[in-house]
Design a protein. Structure first.
Length: 252
Protein backbone atom coordinates (compact mmCIF):
# COMPACT_ATOMS: atom_id res chain seq x y z
CA UNK A 1 0.00 0.00 0.00
CA UNK A 2 1.34 3.49 -0.78
CA UNK A 3 2.45 5.78 2.03
CA UNK A 4 -0.09 8.37 3.22
CA UNK A 5 0.19 11.89 1.85
CA UNK A 6 0.94 14.99 3.90
CA UNK A 7 1.75 18.60 3.06
CA UNK A 8 4.34 20.95 4.53
CA UNK A 9 2.35 23.96 5.71
CA UNK A 10 5.18 26.30 4.72
CA UNK A 11 3.82 25.86 1.20
CA UNK A 12 0.69 27.74 2.25
CA UNK A 13 2.27 30.41 4.44
CA UNK A 14 0.91 33.23 2.24
CA UNK A 15 -2.65 31.90 2.66
CA UNK A 16 -2.41 31.32 6.40
CA UNK A 17 -2.85 34.96 7.59
CA UNK A 18 -6.34 34.90 6.07
CA UNK A 19 -7.33 32.09 8.42
CA UNK A 20 -5.32 29.07 9.51
CA UNK A 21 -8.46 27.07 10.28
CA UNK A 22 -9.67 27.59 6.71
CA UNK A 23 -6.34 26.42 5.31
CA UNK A 24 -6.56 23.19 7.30
CA UNK A 25 -10.19 22.66 6.27
CA UNK A 26 -9.34 23.08 2.58
CA UNK A 27 -6.47 20.58 2.88
CA UNK A 28 -8.79 18.07 4.55
CA UNK A 29 -11.36 18.61 1.77
CA UNK A 30 -8.68 17.91 -0.87
CA UNK A 31 -7.95 14.63 0.86
CA UNK A 32 -4.61 15.17 2.57
CA UNK A 33 -4.11 12.66 5.34
CA UNK A 34 -1.59 14.75 7.24
CA UNK A 35 0.19 18.05 7.67
CA UNK A 36 3.74 18.98 8.58
CA UNK A 37 3.87 22.31 10.44
CA UNK A 38 6.76 24.77 10.44
CA UNK A 39 5.16 26.78 13.26
CA UNK A 40 2.04 26.40 15.41
CA UNK A 41 0.30 29.63 14.38
CA UNK A 42 -0.14 30.90 17.92
CA UNK A 43 -1.68 27.67 19.18
CA UNK A 44 -0.40 25.45 21.96
CA UNK A 45 0.91 22.09 20.73
CA UNK A 46 -2.11 20.39 22.27
CA UNK A 47 -4.57 22.77 20.59
CA UNK A 48 -2.76 22.51 17.25
CA UNK A 49 -2.97 18.72 17.33
CA UNK A 50 -6.64 18.81 18.30
CA UNK A 51 -7.46 21.13 15.41
CA UNK A 52 -5.67 18.93 12.87
CA UNK A 53 -7.12 15.69 14.19
CA UNK A 54 -10.58 17.22 14.44
CA UNK A 55 -10.53 17.47 10.63
CA UNK A 56 -9.57 13.80 10.24
CA UNK A 57 -5.88 14.46 9.55
CA UNK A 58 -2.70 13.69 11.46
CA UNK A 59 0.55 15.49 12.14
CA UNK A 60 2.96 13.53 9.99
CA UNK A 61 6.08 15.25 11.35
CA UNK A 62 7.07 18.76 12.36
CA UNK A 63 9.73 21.31 11.52
CA UNK A 64 8.99 22.99 14.85
CA UNK A 65 10.87 23.08 17.07
CA UNK A 66 14.12 22.80 15.09
CA UNK A 67 16.44 20.41 16.93
CA UNK A 68 19.70 22.28 16.45
CA UNK A 69 18.14 25.61 17.48
CA UNK A 70 16.07 24.62 20.52
CA UNK A 71 16.48 23.41 24.07
CA UNK A 72 16.11 19.65 24.42
CA UNK A 73 13.53 20.01 27.19
CA UNK A 74 11.39 22.25 24.98
CA UNK A 75 11.55 19.78 22.10
CA UNK A 76 10.63 16.86 24.32
CA UNK A 77 7.59 18.70 25.68
CA UNK A 78 6.32 20.01 22.32
CA UNK A 79 6.86 16.81 20.35
CA UNK A 80 5.21 14.78 23.07
CA UNK A 81 2.07 16.93 22.88
CA UNK A 82 2.11 16.75 19.09
CA UNK A 83 2.27 12.96 19.31
CA UNK A 84 5.60 12.69 17.48
CA UNK A 85 8.71 10.64 18.18
CA UNK A 86 11.23 12.41 15.95
CA UNK A 87 12.72 15.88 16.05
CA UNK A 88 13.65 17.74 12.87
CA UNK A 89 17.00 19.29 12.09
CA UNK A 90 18.76 20.98 9.22
CA UNK A 91 21.98 22.83 8.59
CA UNK A 92 23.30 25.77 6.60
CA UNK A 93 25.56 25.85 3.51
CA UNK A 94 28.71 26.51 5.55
CA UNK A 95 28.04 23.34 7.55
CA UNK A 96 28.74 21.30 4.40
CA UNK A 97 31.33 23.46 2.66
CA UNK A 98 34.26 21.05 3.14
CA UNK A 99 35.19 17.80 4.89
CA UNK A 100 36.07 19.47 8.18
CA UNK A 101 32.77 21.31 8.25
CA UNK A 102 30.88 18.08 7.58
CA UNK A 103 32.71 16.39 10.46
CA UNK A 104 31.74 19.22 12.82
CA UNK A 105 28.15 19.02 11.61
CA UNK A 106 28.04 15.27 12.18
CA UNK A 107 29.47 15.74 15.67
CA UNK A 108 26.72 18.26 16.42
CA UNK A 109 24.03 15.91 15.13
CA UNK A 110 25.41 13.00 17.14
CA UNK A 111 25.29 15.10 20.32
CA UNK A 112 21.65 15.99 19.62
CA UNK A 113 20.82 12.32 19.08
CA UNK A 114 22.46 11.45 22.40
CA UNK A 115 20.47 14.16 24.18
CA UNK A 116 17.15 13.08 22.64
CA UNK A 117 17.58 9.35 23.22
CA UNK A 118 16.63 9.23 26.94
CA UNK A 119 13.22 10.66 26.01
CA UNK A 120 12.68 8.10 23.26
CA UNK A 121 13.04 10.66 20.48
CA UNK A 122 15.05 10.30 17.28
CA UNK A 123 16.42 12.91 14.89
CA UNK A 124 15.68 13.33 11.20
CA UNK A 125 17.35 15.83 8.91
CA UNK A 126 15.85 17.80 6.05
CA UNK A 127 18.23 18.75 3.25
CA UNK A 128 18.58 21.49 0.67
CA UNK A 129 20.85 21.44 -2.38
CA UNK A 130 24.09 22.37 -0.63
CA UNK A 131 24.38 18.97 1.09
CA UNK A 132 24.82 17.48 -2.38
CA UNK A 133 27.77 19.58 -3.43
CA UNK A 134 30.89 17.53 -4.06
CA UNK A 135 33.70 16.94 -1.58
CA UNK A 136 36.55 14.85 -2.94
CA UNK A 137 34.35 13.79 -5.83
CA UNK A 138 31.21 12.73 -3.94
CA UNK A 139 28.25 14.52 -2.36
CA UNK A 140 28.89 15.90 1.11
CA UNK A 141 25.79 14.12 2.41
CA UNK A 142 27.44 10.76 1.77
CA UNK A 143 30.24 11.60 4.18
CA UNK A 144 27.77 12.97 6.70
CA UNK A 145 25.66 9.79 6.61
CA UNK A 146 28.75 7.70 7.35
CA UNK A 147 29.77 9.92 10.26
CA UNK A 148 26.28 10.06 11.73
CA UNK A 149 24.90 6.51 11.41
CA UNK A 150 21.97 6.96 13.80
CA UNK A 151 20.38 9.93 12.07
CA UNK A 152 17.25 9.42 9.98
CA UNK A 153 16.46 11.34 6.82
CA UNK A 154 13.63 13.33 5.38
CA UNK A 155 15.08 13.52 1.90
CA UNK A 156 13.89 16.58 0.03
CA UNK A 157 13.94 14.88 -3.33
CA UNK A 158 13.93 18.04 -5.44
CA UNK A 159 16.89 19.59 -3.66
CA UNK A 160 18.65 16.21 -3.69
CA UNK A 161 18.71 16.51 -7.48
CA UNK A 162 20.93 19.57 -6.98
CA UNK A 163 19.56 21.14 -10.18
CA UNK A 164 20.33 18.05 -12.22
CA UNK A 165 23.78 17.26 -10.82
CA UNK A 166 22.52 14.23 -8.87
CA UNK A 167 19.92 11.54 -9.44
CA UNK A 168 17.42 11.92 -6.58
CA UNK A 169 16.16 8.35 -6.94
CA UNK A 170 19.71 7.09 -6.43
CA UNK A 171 20.10 9.36 -3.40
CA UNK A 172 16.88 8.06 -1.86
CA UNK A 173 17.86 4.45 -2.52
CA UNK A 174 21.26 4.99 -0.91
CA UNK A 175 19.67 5.70 2.50
CA UNK A 176 16.32 3.96 2.02
CA UNK A 177 16.69 2.02 5.28
CA UNK A 178 17.06 5.33 7.16
CA UNK A 179 14.38 7.36 5.37
CA UNK A 180 10.89 7.37 6.89
CA UNK A 181 9.90 10.68 5.26
CA UNK A 182 10.16 12.08 1.74
CA UNK A 183 9.60 15.67 0.69
CA UNK A 184 8.07 15.63 -2.76
CA UNK A 185 8.28 18.71 -4.94
CA UNK A 186 8.67 19.38 -8.63
CA UNK A 187 9.98 22.11 -10.87
CA UNK A 188 12.34 23.07 -13.69
CA UNK A 189 15.54 22.08 -11.82
CA UNK A 190 16.92 25.56 -12.38
CA UNK A 191 18.14 27.86 -9.59
CA UNK A 192 15.77 30.64 -8.55
CA UNK A 193 12.92 29.24 -10.69
CA UNK A 194 9.57 28.60 -9.01
CA UNK A 195 8.30 25.13 -8.24
CA UNK A 196 5.32 23.61 -10.03
CA UNK A 197 2.60 21.15 -9.09
CA UNK A 198 4.03 17.69 -8.53
CA UNK A 199 3.95 15.74 -11.78
CA UNK A 200 4.22 18.75 -14.07
CA UNK A 201 7.95 19.47 -13.80
CA UNK A 202 11.19 17.71 -14.69
CA UNK A 203 11.34 15.35 -11.71
CA UNK A 204 10.81 11.63 -12.29
CA UNK A 205 8.44 11.33 -9.36
CA UNK A 206 7.55 7.62 -9.79
CA UNK A 207 11.24 6.67 -9.82
CA UNK A 208 11.89 8.70 -6.68
CA UNK A 209 9.00 7.14 -4.77
CA UNK A 210 9.88 3.61 -5.93
CA UNK A 211 13.43 4.12 -4.64
CA UNK A 212 12.19 4.32 -1.06
CA UNK A 213 11.73 1.25 1.12
CA UNK A 214 7.95 0.72 1.34
CA UNK A 215 8.37 -0.99 4.70
CA UNK A 216 10.31 1.99 6.05
CA UNK A 217 8.56 4.92 4.36
CA UNK A 218 5.86 6.45 6.57
CA UNK A 219 4.81 9.63 4.73
CA UNK A 220 5.12 11.43 1.41
CA UNK A 221 5.06 15.15 2.15
CA UNK A 222 4.31 17.66 -0.60
CA UNK A 223 6.26 20.90 -0.31
CA UNK A 224 6.25 23.71 -2.85
CA UNK A 225 8.37 26.64 -1.71
CA UNK A 226 6.92 29.05 -4.28
CA UNK A 227 4.73 28.75 -7.37
CA UNK A 228 3.89 31.15 -10.20
CA UNK A 229 0.35 29.72 -10.12
CA UNK A 230 -2.17 29.69 -7.28
CA UNK A 231 -0.60 27.69 -4.46
CA UNK A 232 -3.78 25.93 -3.39
CA UNK A 233 -4.38 24.84 -6.99
CA UNK A 234 -0.81 23.48 -7.15
CA UNK A 235 -1.21 21.66 -3.82
CA UNK A 236 -4.50 20.12 -4.99
CA UNK A 237 -3.01 19.12 -8.34
CA UNK A 238 -0.04 17.54 -6.54
CA UNK A 239 -2.45 15.50 -4.43
CA UNK A 240 -4.35 14.31 -7.50
CA UNK A 241 -1.17 13.32 -9.34
CA UNK A 242 0.30 11.35 -6.45
CA UNK A 243 -2.91 9.57 -5.45
CA UNK A 244 -4.32 8.77 -8.90
CA UNK A 245 -0.96 7.30 -9.91
CA UNK A 246 -0.88 5.07 -6.86
CA UNK A 247 2.16 6.81 -5.40
CA UNK A 248 0.48 8.03 -2.21
CA UNK A 249 -2.66 7.34 -0.22
CA UNK A 250 -5.14 10.09 0.62
CA UNK A 251 -8.56 10.18 2.22
CA UNK A 252 -10.58 10.95 -0.92
Amino acid sequence: MPAPISVQLYSLRAETPNGFEEVLARLADIGYAGVEPFQLHGLSPRAFRAQVEGLGMHISSSHYPWANRSEISHMVEVLGELGLHRAAGGFAPDDFKDAEAVKRTADSANLIIDALAPSGLGLFLHNHWWEFGLIDGRPAYHLFAELCPRVEFEIDTYWAANFGACDPAVEVARVRDRTPLLHIKDGPLEPKKAHVAVGSGRMDIPAVVRAADPDRLEWLIVELDACDTDMFDAVAESYRYLTTNGLAEGTR
